[in-house]
Design a protein around this ligand. Structure first.
Ligand SMILES: NC(=O)c1ccc[n+]([C@@H]2O[C@H](COP(=O)([O-])OP(=O)(O)OC[C@H]3O[C@@H](n4cnc5c(N)ncnc54)[C@H](O)[C@@H]3O)[C@@H](O)[C@H]2O)c1
Length: 432
């Protein structure tokens, strides 16, 4: 394939070397004359393991050169890859200026030259795949990039351009290794349609593949990078708490990461229900206390309960969207999880309270809850939060008889119900 890469920084230059090593021809375009001159003189513009040798080999094979101008480099090209920077703007959002500029340049080059793009038989014209690798906020492909091409190319856009968003997962310091062994490959396209050019590009890469719409692909890097930041901040807060308590942070780390069932695993990572129950809120609160007491200042831990409260409120809004106050609602599941009668700090008790306060006609189905069987703290909590609990609970046949404007599934309890066809079901345990 002939590939044209826009932006020869850490991402673009590494990709240029790796793609050339795979046997493709690469033209790199960068606005920096110094970078372009360096590359054409066989000198890597970045320090990164392996790239210098790869550049030398690619140049010797005639497979990699650079230019400051797009010129007619898109003629015969099968793929363009955009790797320009998206630094922080003053308001904290990404500065999208580089993306807008490079997009305009590519669009104008295509508009000016009907032969720009893949070499095909006349009339069979395959579009030029243009893959964006820069990290951009969801909506960028549809609201910034596509309109620029549509304006420049008019109706020809549809057959001349195939837009792709393909996030990059390499880490500086191991960029080449990461390019050839990525943790995953995410391809975002219009309607999640496959891209032949991207399949050719990634043919030799062994990684889980995800073909999704633009927005899911665009948000991937935000999710990943924020998660990595949360991991580091969490690890360091635990380290500070350990220091404050005279506990070995190293030993605690080893115990923590050895648990690949609940700790280092997909558990507790599905967007849905808030956390609750008799342990998590209580122990988070106690760790906050330890943090304050030892001067460890655990800001991330301090934010957890507030984040959880915000989530509970958002779930209430989600569960009642489009539902007029006074409507009849069935909640399936009152305890914090199915098959337990533990109501202490159950987020579902909060939800029931919010629904009643907002004026909904609420009924609750939870076969594990029988008010007369509740004892001790559990009994006290249930009745202090929901004094009318006995009046709200209904049995299975009544729940299955239907007649509710909406059924809110809070946990797996809903699986016990055979709900009438056409039931308006909102599952807040697993967001769509
Ligand atoms: N650095 C990383 O480890 C990494 C990893 C994954 C994703 N990303 C994302 O990839 C993108 C690029 O990151 P980077 O670190 O390689 O940036 P960088 O600043 O090192 O490189 C960007 C390059 O784009 C060039 N450029 C700017 N406008 C241009 C134009 N109109 N035409 C051609 N070239 C132009 C610049 O001169 C520069 O050389 C960013 O969105 C970043 O968030 C970076």
């Amino acid at each position: 394939m002939k590939t044209v890469i826009f932006g020869l920084g850490y991402v673009g230059f590494t990709a240029a070397c790796c793609i050339a090593e795979e046997g493709h021809t690469v033209i790199g375009i960068d606005v920096s004359p110094a970078k372009v001159a360096q590359i054409n003189a066989g000198k890597a513009p970045i320090i990164e393991p392996r790239v210098a040798a790869m550049l030398t080999a690619a140049r010797a094979a005639g497979r990699l050169r650079a230019d400051t101008e797009i010129g007619d480099h898109l003629r015969g090209a099968d793929l363009a890859i955009v790797c320009v920077g998206t630094p922080s703007a003053v308001d904290g959002a990404h500065d999208m200026g580089y993306i807008a500029n490079v997009t305009r340049e590519i669009a104008q080059a295509l508009a000016a030259d009907p032969e720009a793009g893949p070499k095909t038989e006349p009339g069979t014209g395959a579009p030029l795949a243009i893959a964006y690798r820069s990290t951009v906020r969801p909506g960028t492909m549809e609201e910034l990039v596509r309109p620029i091409f549509e304006t420049a190319l008019g109706p020809a856009f549809a057959h001349r351009v195939e837009l792709v968003y393909n996030p990059e997962f390499l880490r500086e310091g191991s960029a080449v290794q990461d390019y050839f062994a990525p943790p995953k490959i995410v391809i975002g396209t219009e309607g999640a349609r496959p891209s032949a050019a991207m399949e050719t590009l990634n043919a030799n890469l062994d990684a889980p593949r995800f073909l999704v719409g633009f927005r899911e692909a665009e948000i991937t890097k935000f999710v990943d990078n924020s998660w990595h930041a949360v991991k580091v901040a969490f690890a360091n807060e635990i380290g500070r708490a350990c220091l404050g308590l005279g506990v070995s942070a190293k030993a605690v780390h080893q115990i923590f990461v050895a648990d690949d069932k609940l700790n280092i695993s997909p558990y507790y990572l599905r967007p849905g229900g808030a956390f609750g129950g008799s342990c998590l809120p209580k122990d988070v609160r106690a760790l906050q206390y330890i943090g304050a007491d030892t001067g460890a200042n655990l800001h991330l831990i301090d934010s957890l309960l507030r984040s959880n409260e915000a989530h509970k409120h958002r779930l209430f809004e989600h569960a009642t969207e489009g539902l007029a106050p006074g409507a009849s609602v069935l909640m399936a599941g009152l305890a914090f999880k199915a098959e337990t009668d533990d109501l202490r700090e159950s987020p579902n008790v909060d939800l029931a309270r919010k629904l009643l306060t907002a004026g909904y006609e609420l009924k609750i189905f939870d076969p594990a809850i029988t008010p007369e069987a509740l004892v001790g703290k559990n009994l006290g909590y249930a009745f202090s939060q929901l004094p009318e609990l006995e009046r709200l609970l209904i049995d299975k046949p009544t729940a299955e008889a239907g007649g509710f404007a909406r059924v809110i599934a809070t946990n797996a309890t809903v699986r016990a119900l055979n709900l009438p066809a056409g039931t308006d079901l909102c599952d807040i345990g697993s967001l769509p």
